[in-house]
Ligand binder design. Structure first.
Ligand code: FMN
Length: 179
């Protein structure tokens, strides 16, 4: 990827994946990027579960009624969890890790999508995080922020059109309401 700017412009959520397995050296790089994510006070409250088992991926895809079904067809999902006792800003820390791994995946020729877990519910009414903790054997004191599905793209998304960006959301010095 020629630059971070271009990476930001071409990254779009990818929900359709080829079945191709992701090579081990790329998985290792994704893991290293995650471990280099910024975290408040370097408290590193996060941990990361790499899932490539089809049966487990299928169970994860059922973590909420909408917006997760494509996880079952991804060759890889990274479940991003944190111990809230280690940081009062674990949501921020895990969110940064989530987007870091998405950008790293894009940079390595892969597509990805964020699946929101924190504050979401399973169809049964239990919290999605509790459902996932049971499936993956995650200790009770952890929280689950997200699942990031990753794989080689099987869909084409257009890059951002710089002319169409919401420039009205940018303010200089003071907040200036735009009509
Ligand atoms: C915090 C957050 C939560 C998201 N949760 C989901 C989700 O649960 N399911 C899903 O399909 N996409 C999810 N997305 C992806 C967004 O829907 C997507 O980023 C948005 O539609 C813009 O599309 P783009 O990423 O292609 O620019 C999430 C994105 C963010 C940042």
């Amino acid at each position: 990827m020629e630059s971070f700017f271009k990476l930001a412009q071409v990254r779009r959520s990818t929900r359709k994946y080829k079945p191709d397995v992701i090579p081990v050296d790329i998985i290792t790089k994704l893991q290293q990027v995650l471990l280099m994510s910024p975290a408040s006070k370097r408290s590193n409250p996060w941990e990361f579960i790499f899932v490539d088992d089809k049966e487990i991926l299928t169970l994860l895809a059922d973590c909420k009624p909408h917006g997760a079904s494509f996880v079952k067809d991804a060759p890889l999902a990274v479940v991003i969890i944190a111990d809230p006792a280690k940081s009062d800003v674990w949501v921020e820390d895990t969110s940064i890790a989530s987007i870091y791994v998405q950008l790293a995946a894009e940079d390595m020729g892969l597509g990805s999508c964020w699946v929101q877990v924190h504050k979401r519910m399973h169809a049964s009414g239990e919290m999605s995080s509790e459902y996932i903790k049971k499936i993956l054997g995650i200790p009770q004191h952890f929280e689950v922020e997200s699942i990031i599905s990753i794989g080689y793209k099987n869909e084409t998304r257009s890059e951002f059109d710089l002319e169409q960006l919401q420039y009205s959301k940018i303010h200089t010095n003071t907040y200036s309401p735009k009509s």
